[in-house]
Design a protein around this ligand. Structure first.
Ligand code: UDP
Ligand code: MG
Length: 312
């Protein structure tokens, strides 16, 4: 019988762990598969770890990894992927926003031979403003990057063993998982579901963390922003040359007129702005290079009851 691994990152989710487990088991029992449920405690400061340990004590199908501190969801999932033994993995949030009822459909897609089965959510319940911002963002990102990002396709997905191993091969430390899933390619099936509100606790996303995540998405997957700087530089240089030419011609014709304070200051501010933006973009890339060269691991494990994946 095939083994299905459920990977659940949890950061301060003490109120959700138990009900998440119960719901999962309810669904998994209906299916003709062996299963393991891998909880990753991402440095929670509440009782999340205790809840997970309680479960693991009672149920041998519960595996856990507890990280030494909060490394972020992407790293938590990566840690989980390293230590599951399944023929397929299903990645799910611990706040019940990813309905366990869909597990059957995800596995169906897997049995049809798809390497990635993605549960795509609608945006019902999100504020109009947020939906507008996201769809606008995805338009821009897809225009400037080389990989495909789709609105509503998040981490809730099934990965075949081949897809898991492909993801594990990507060792970069700036992990923008949406991009990574798209980058590895492989066949993909999409199923849809209605957006669900989180069960208990609060979302870990603030407005600014979303903005930063958005910037990550653009920078992680291409060098085009650098090229935009390059072209803008050229355009500005060209415009200044025209301006200099015209002014010089006027000086030749009419002599030096009133000192052009306005034009000077405009030019300085304009160029200054462009230069700062360009420096910022270059800085983003340099910062990433710096991070990658340190070759630090993406996460550190404190305690766990699971071993690394065993090929044999
Ligand atoms: N999460 C995590 N580490 C973090 C932040 C979040 O493991 O640093 C987990 C969290 O416990 C949840 C999932 O990632 O299971 C999604 O988080 P959240 O519900 O806050 O995000 P949202 O659903 O609002 O996008
Ligand atoms: Mg959530």
């Amino acid at each position: 019988m095939k083994l299905i691994s459920i990977v659940v990152p949890a950061y301060n989710e003490e109120a959700n762990i138990m009900s998440m487990y119960e719901k999962l088991v309810q669904e998994l029992h209906l299916l003709p598969y062996r299963y393991e449920i891998m909880f990753i405690n991402d440095g929670s400061s509440d009782g999340t770890l205790q809840e997970i340990l309680k479960l693991a004590e009672r149920h041998p199908d519960v595996k856990y990894i507890s990280l030494t501190r909060n490394f972020g969801k992407e790293s938590a999932i990566l840690a989980g992927l390293h230590r599951i033994q399944g023929d397929a993995a299903i990645l799910m949030d611990s706040d019940l926003q990813h309905p366990p009822e869909l597990i059957g459909q995800l596995i169906e897609g897997f049995e049809e031979g798809f390497h990635q089965v993605v549960a795509k959510r609608s945006r019902t319940g999100d504020s109009k403003f947020r939906s507008f911002l996201s769809s606008f963002y995805y338009k821009i990102v897809n225009a400037v990057t080389d990989v495909d990002f789709v609105d509503g396709e998040g981490d809730f997905r099934l990965l075949s063993r081949k897809a898991i191993n492909s993801i594990l091969q990507l060792s970069e430390s700036n992990r923008f998982s949406k991009g990574l899933y798209s980058w590895i390619g492989l066949s993909k099936k999409i199923i849809s579901y209605e957006n669900v509100q989180r069960a208990k606790g609060t979302s870990k996303w603030s407005f600014w963390s979303l903005v930063n995540y958005g910037i990550d998405g653009i920078i992680s997957f291409n060098l085009k922003p650098l090229r935009v700087c390059f072209y803008t530089g050229f355009l500005v240089l060209f415009l200044s040359l025209v301006y200099i030419g015209v002014t010089f011609y006027e000086i030749l014709k009419e002599g030096v007129g009133a000192p052009g304070y306005f034009t000077t200051i405009t030019a300085i501010l304009f160029l200054g702005g462009i230069q700062l933006i360009s420096l910022g973009v270059i800085g983003e890339y340099v910062g990433r290079i710096y991070n990658e060269t340190k070759r630090r691991p993406n996460f550190l494990i404190d305690i766990s009851n699971a071993d690394d994946y065993d090929e044999s």
